[in-house]
Design a protein around this ligand. Structure first.
Ligand SMILES: CC(=O)N[C@H]1[C@@H](OP(=O)(O)O)O[C@H](CO)[C@@H](O)[C@@H]1O
Ligand SMILES: [Mg+2]
Length: 545
């Protein structure tokens, strides 16, 4: 035996993979490997092996591994790989991850590992570095132990950052790889992340005032303690940011994401029952790993009003678009917005017709949006569920710093843009960073949540989950907006949509669950509900064939 074979074999025996029923495989999905935590120990070990290979392939640049199941229940967990710039694992490598994880025995695991090294021309003696973190789930302990055993067996160097939000881990990966270069992303520590955000926040606010308290529901996840820690870094004499942190109990794992958090608010379209909603309180919710954000308030007259990812996206695009114009950079920088088919049609209209910005629709999953957003100088991308960010190209960032201002107003716009470039997480959607961005924009515009909500009226919509025998029958085209298979299904959906005003509906197989999702929107709530039900019946029927 040579190389790492013996060590890999021995450690693998300690972290066996749980066999699935015949014909079923583990897959690296939209969010990495995610499932019940007790299936994940062997997977986490093998992800350690894969991350070490990925780092070696990329000349020893640091690769990240995050252990989290985000908004899922406490009993779940997940393992996800982060590439050197802090973005998601390159898509080609998802196949390699799947191959390693599904090797049926310890011996075959060694075989697959060596075969990958040979095929990908990886020198197993070259340096490898992996950094990792986990959310507050108790199962995280066992999973990082398995991960570290994988890294040790592969003789990779590694750093355990312990408990982090997902975006903090992404930040640390990029900071590690850019340390000491002109493109340095920030200090390589959790404190470095807080310092960078706090400094940029003060700069972006530039003396403007935030009106009233913001209540932040942290889903009883990792975002709670991290947000509280971050708040200590804001100099009170410079910014009056009055935050009330709620649902930040991380000592009782069973309450994680339970009737609270961004996913609850978005899917149930109501405020978390605890603490008891008080009319008029400006509120937002993070999800369990603090990469999604939803704003809302309970209006004394009209009830619950939600400002979701589409709203954050249009708010950011409108504000940054205006700043670019004031800065005299309108002809130099291309701004665009990236959405998925789940974006409310009213938001798409507002962005294209009113803001006059291009919108590109991609398949679901932030990796797709992120990739397309990189094609703009300023790419704003959000999923409706509140996950997203704004990406600035190197040209844009250098224009903000180098352009000679011709007036005080132009200087102000350039300074604010430069500050936003530091404030907004450039690696991945980040609820804490996005929340600071929203606060900056509202303060600059002197807007309440009601002013923000007035920009356009959402079309009533409904999302339905449909159980089907085999979701893989459902294949889509046109950024998931139309079904190619099963034959005939799309025609029936088209016929149903025609019956309603301002209606749109589509169905697709979920990438994270064994089910199809049906989305419908229409001019009125009852029409949206009715259309969703009709299309759900169509999908049920074709799914049963
Ligand atoms: C309608 C919806 O919200 N879908 C979610 C969900 O994907 P599905 O493929 O729809 O299961 O989970 C993804 C990962 O978190 C997220 O990116 C996506 O937006
Ligand atoms: Mg999340």
């Amino acid at each position: 035996m040579e190389n790492h074979d013996k060590a890999i074999l021995e450690a693998s025996a300690k972290h066996p993979i749980v066999p699935l029923e015949k014909g079923k495989f583990y897959t690296y999905g939209t969010a990495g490997f995610r499932m019940k935590a007790d299936l994940l120990e062997g997977i986490s070990y093998r992800v350690g092996l894969l991350a070490s290979l990925r780092s070696r392939k990329l000349n020893g640049q640091a690769i990240g591994v995050m252990i989290t199941a985000s908004h899922n229940p406490a009993a779940d967990n997940g393992v996800k790989i982060v590439d050197p710039l802090g973005d998601m694992l390159e898509q080609d490598w998802e196949r390699y991850a799947t191959a390693l994880v599904n090797a049926p025995s310890d011996e075959q695991l060694v075989e697959v590992y060596n075969r990958l090294a040979t095929e990908l021309k990886i020198d197993l003696k070259s340096p490898s570095k992996v950094i990792y973190g986990r959310d507050t789930r108790p199962s995280g302990h066992k999973l990082v132990t398995a991960l570290a055993d994988g890294l040790e067996a592969a003789k990779a160097e590694f750093v355990d950052y312990k408990i982090l939000t997902t975006p903090q881990l992404h930040y640390l990966v990029r900071a590690t790889n850019s340390e000491g270069t002109p493109l340095s992303y920030g200090k390589v520590s959790e404190a470095g992340y807080y310092e960078k955000l706090a400094e940029a926040f003060v700069r972006a606010m530039k003396g403007r005032r935030i009106n009233g308290t913001l209540q932040v529901d942290c889903a009883n996840g990792v975002g709670g303690p991290k947000l509280s820690e971050f708040l200590k870094y804001i100099p009170k004499d410079k910014v009056n940011f009055d935050v009330k942190v709620v649902n930040d109990d991380v000592l009782r794992p069973e309450v994680l994401n339970l009737e609270c958090g961004a996913d609850f608010v978005k899917t149930k379209q109501r405020a978390p029952p605890n603490p008891k909603p008080q009319p008029g309180v400006r509120s937002c919710s993070l999800d369990g790993d603090a990469d999604r954000l939803i704003y809302y308030w309970v209006d004394p007259e009209t009830g619950f009003v939600m400002l979701d990812g589409d709203r954050i996206s249009s708010l950011a695009a409108s504000f940054i678009g205006d700043l670019v114009e004031s800065a005299g950079l309108k002809d130099d920088l291309r701004i665009g917005v990236v959405q998925t088919a789940y974006a409310n049609g009213a938001s798409t209209n507002y962005i294209t017709q009113h803001l006059k910005l291009p919108v590109i629709c991609t398949p679901t999953g932030v990796k797709h949006l992120h990739h397309v957003a990189q094609g703009f100088d300023i790419g704003v991308y959000f999923e409706a569920n509140g996950h997203g960010t704004v990406l600035f190209s190197p040209d844009a960032l250098s224009a903000f710093r180098k352009k000679e201002p011709q007036s005080p107003a132009q200087k102000d716009a350039l300074d604010t843009l430069a500050a936003l470039g530091d404030l907004i997480n450039q690696t991945v959607g980040d609820a804490i960073s996005d929340m600071l961005m929203v606060e900056v924009i509202l303060a600059h515009k002197n807007w309440t949540l009601r002013d923000w909500a007035m920009t356009y009226a959402d079309l009533p919509n409904r999302l339905v989950r449909v159980e089907v025998g085999n979701k893989d029958l459902f294949q889509t085209t046109d950024a998931e907006r139309r079904l190619l298979h099963p034959e005939g299904a799309q025609d029936e959906i088209d016929q149903a949509v025609k019956k309603y005003k301002d209606a749109r509906s589509f169905a697709r197989a979920s990438g994270t669950e064994n089910a199809c999702r049906v989305y419908a929107e229409a001019a009125t709530r009852s029409e949206a509900n009715e259309l969703a039900e009709r299309v759900a019946r169509i999908i049920e029927r074709y799914g049963a064939l």
